[in-house]
Ligand binder design. Structure first.
Ligand SMILES: [Zn+2]
Length: 155
């Protein structure tokens, strides 16, 4: 993740703390501040890290029409919500939304508008945690048959 500004954004641990191995001392490890899990893994090799699984409230993968895919209406329209790391971005297909005249309206929401019970977008989660997308295929309208590799657009 480098040293980019993390203040104000959603915090997500990516690994068991490699320093204290998830057994924080009473004083608290400087990497994880006593939590035992951390996103502060710069300088560690992948084989030295015990990666944390993606939470169940995150979609298992990006939808074909995921807003984070190249060529999506959100990307083309400059809608930054799918890359806003200060608040979760929810998958329209992950339950918890009702389509009303082309808009996706949360069935239940927090006072700040955060949907309750909807799954978080896998593409957004990848941005948050600095992980690679499982595939780089471009946006595809729901119900359209993918033509094959020629339709795939590298990011
Ligand atoms: Zn630690």
């Amino acid at each position: 993740m480098g040293e980019r500004d993390k203040r104000g954004r959603v915090w997500a641990a990516t690994a068991v703390c490699p320093c204290c191995e998830g057994r924080p001392s009473e004083i608290g490890c400087l990497h994880c501040h006593g939590q035992g899990i951390t996103d502060d893994v710069a300088g560690w090799e992948p084989h030295e890290l015990e990666e944390l699984p993606r939470p169940k409230a995150v979609m298992p993968g990006r939808c074909g029409d995921c807003a984070t895919r190249f060529g999506s209406p959100e990307e083309e329209g400059g809608d930054p919500a799918c890359r806003d790391l200060t608040r979760p971005f929810f998958c329209h297909w992950g339950g918890g939304f009702r389509e009303v005249e082309g808009r996706y309206v949360p069935v239940a929401q927090m006072p700040d508008g955060t949907p309750v019970g909807a799954l978080v977008c896998a593409g957004w989660w990848n941005y948050l945690t600095g992980r690679q997308h499982d595939d780089d295929r471009g946006y595809q309208e729901p119900g359209e048959q993918r033509a094959g590799a020629e339709g795939d657009v590298p990011r």
